[in-house]
Design a protein around this ligand. Structure first.
Ligand code: ADP
Ligand code: MN
Ligand code: MN
Ligand code: MN
Length: 369
């Protein structure tokens, strides 16, 4: 147990130095540990379990279809509880290393219909239909580190840190809390093969962001979900919780979003700003539909965050502007100057399902559905 954990009277942690011995034991050449991951019935939680394969899988189809008990994941009745998991993407396992893998799966019910929170299947169909437009996405995943008492990590226990201002992209022990976790997570993403693009400390102390992208099509959701799993898992090792709650602290504290940067091939080419404007026009006519798709509670979570304050737009209005961080859609200044590039949809909530977000963007702007 760490000293900090002991002082809190929390005893469920173990000594990571003892673990090191076992993790350094030779692993037989023909035994590969595969951690199967899937999304549970909340649409936000990630579950996983491990199995041994006697070969190294090279692609998802090499991994056998498996099953689990859906009555324990808010997905099925106990009397008919088997859920099937179909491997869809493989990543390297930064915890076990070697040939070991993380296997991201899609969930299907006993009758072979997709589970209610399997949003990947329809997303993949939309991305296939839109593939000639080569849709690229980059999601900025904001999150908050919490201590075991549910209070933000590093905050004074009987009060609040000083007001927002010095913390965003800050440095120093009085400005940022939890950098070890952020550093470890970044390296874990790189090792795993997640297309992590960057990271920064956020406006609220204890809040951070990592970006994933650019990713084409279905890859966006796959890589972000694995990035989230790695975050939870790394934070677990440090005895800290990471939450994607879009408004963890009420009051004058920023919430957490998942800005979705988006472009198609025509937008990225010379003169593409016209395409960007056309897309924004279509988005403006589908505001309510997008808000419903941008958090797991169809807008209820985002209602706490999209207040029109704290660098957000009101949930009730659609707006767009160059370099405007108070708008629904922002055109980055550089994009406006160069006349091509991408747009930023600032509305998705931190706990959104990236499959749902990227699907609806492509439906509205490319497929005209
Ligand atoms: P912000 O200025 O809003 O904080 P960030 O630097 O945090 O922006 O994130 C920008 C994101 O945009 C990154 O995830 C990056 O991969 C993504 N991105 C960059 N170019 C494109 C593009 N042409 N299409 C889609 N996404 C892009
Ligand atoms: Mn950012
Ligand atoms: Mn941010
Ligand atoms: Mn942004």
């Amino acid at each position: 147990m760490s000293t900090a954990a002991a002082l809190r009277g929390f005893s469920a942690s173990t000594d990571k130095n003892v673990l090191k011995h076992y993790m350094s034991l030779d692993q037989p050449d023909d035994k590969v540990m595969c951690e199967y991951l899937w999304i549970d019935g909340t649409g936000e939680g990630i579950r996983s379990k491990c199995r041994t394969l006697d070969f190294e899988p090279q692609k998802p189809e090499d991994c056998p279809v498996w099953n689990y008990d859906g009555s324990s994941t808010y997905q099925a009745e106990g009397s008919n509880s088997d859920m099937y998991i179909y491997p869809r993407a493989i990543f390297r396992d930064p915890f076990r290393r070697g040939k070991n893998k993380l296997v991201l799966c899609e969930v299907f019910k006993y009758n072979n219909q997709p589970a209610d929170t399997n949003n990947r299947m329809t997303c993949a169909k939309a991305m296939e239909a839109a593939k000639d437009s080569h849709p690229w996405f980059g999601i900025e995943q904001e999150y908050t580190l919490l201590d075991f008492d549910g209070y933000p990590f590093g905050w004074p226990k009987n009060g609040y840190p000083g007001p927002q201002g010095p913390y965003y992209c800050g440095v120093g022990a009085n400005k940022v809390y939890g950098r070890d976790i952020v550093e470890a997570h970044y390296r874990a993403c790189l090792y795993a093969g997640v297309k992590v693009a960057g990271c920064n400390a956020e406006v609220m102390p204890g809040q951070w962001e990592f970006q994933v992208g650019p990713c084409e099509g279905i890859e966006m959701g796959d890589h972000l979900w694995i990035g989230r799993y790695l975050l939870y898992r790394v934070a677990e090792d440090f005895g800290v919780n990471a939450t994607l709650d879009p408004k963890p602290m009420e009051g004058d504290w920023n919430g957490a979003g998942a800005h979705c940067n988006y472009s198609t091939l025509p937008m990225r080419q010379s003169g593409g700003i016209k395409e960007i404007e056309t897309a924004i026009d279509k988005l403006s006519k589908n505001h309510v539909r997008h808000i419903r798709a941008y958090d797991p509670k169809e807008g209820k979570d985002n209602a706490r965050r999209l207040t029109g304050l704290h660098e957000t737009s009101s949930i009730h209005d659609f707006s767009a502007g160059i370099a405007n961080r108070g708008a629904s859609i922002r055109i980055p200044r550089q994009v406006a100057e160069e006349g091509h590039g991408y747009l930023e949809d600032r509305r998705p909530s931190s706990n959104c399902d990236p499959y749902t977000v990227t699907e609806v963007i492509v439906q509205t702007t490319v497929l005209d559905k």
